[in-house]
Design a protein around this ligand. Structure first.
Ligand SMILES: *[C@@H]1O[C@H](CO)[C@@H](O)[C@H](O)[C@H]1NC(C)=O
Ligand SMILES: [Zn+2]
Length: 158
C-alpha cells in the first residue's frame, strides 16, 4: 500500500514536470544590474513597488523591479515584441515601454526605451535601456514596472 502511494506521487511528479501551467513560469533577469530581480520596496515620497500598493485613490497595477537609470533591460525568457506601451497620457522623459509575450504570458514593461518595438528576442538578449527616472522622480528607487496585459498580479512569476 505504502509503495503504491509512493509510486503515485512519483508518477504525478513526472507528469507535472511537463504540464503547461503558466503559474509555474518564472521571470529571468530583467535588468543587468539586478540579476536576482530584487523588488522595489517603499520610497519616502513615492509609495511602494508591490502590486496593489496605494497611489492616492488608485492602485498600483504592476510590480516594480529595481533597475538603475540607463541600465540594460533584457528579455526574461524568449519573447515576442508586440509594440509600444507607454504609461502616461501626458508625455515626459520616461513615457515609453513595450508590450511583450512569451511563456503563455502577455505583459508590459514601462520606463524602458526599447531598441525595437517589433520582432523576437531570446532570453537574456537586450530589449533596451531604462529611461532617466531620477529626472522625473528625484530620489525614487529607479525601476522597471511589470504589468500583465490583463492587469492581474505578476508577483507569482517572481
Ligand atoms: C499587447 O499585445 C497583445 C498582442 O498583440 C495584444 O493582444 C494586447 O491587447 C496588448 N495588450 C495591451 C494591454 O496593450
Ligand atoms: Zn510600478
Amino acid at each position: 500500500m505504502r509503495l503504491y502511494i509512493l509510486l503515485s506521487f512519483l508518477l504525478l511528479a513526472v507528469f507535472c514536470s511537463s504540464c503547461v501551467d503558466a503559474s509555474q513560469v518564472k521571470f529571468g533577469t530583467l535588468c543587468r544590474g539586478n540579476p536576482s530581480n530584487r523588488k522595489r520596496g517603499c520610497d519616502k515620497k513615492y509609495g511602494c513597488g508591490n502590486y496593489g500598493a496605494s497611489r492616492g485613490n488608485r492602485k498600483h497595477m504592476g510590480l516594480d523591479i529595481v533597475c538603475a537609470d540607463g541600465d540594460t533591460v533584457v528579455a526574461p525568457f524568449d519573447v515576442k515584441l508586440n509594440g509600444k506601451a507607454a504609461p502616461y497620457i501626458k508625455n515626459n522623459a520616461i513615457n515609453d515601454g513595450i508590450n511583450l509575450s512569451g511563456e503563455g504570458l502577455c505583459f508590459k514593461l514601462f520606463y524602458v526605451k526599447p531598441d525595437s518595438y517589433t520582432g523576437t528576442l531570446k532570453k537574456g538578449q537586450r530589449i533596451g535601456s531604462l529611461l532617466p527616472m531620477q529626472s522625473v522622480y528625484p530620489g525614487i528607487t529607479s525601476h522597471v514596472h511589470v504589468q500583465m496585459c490583463d492587469k492581474s498580479d505578476p508577483t507569482k512569476y517572481f
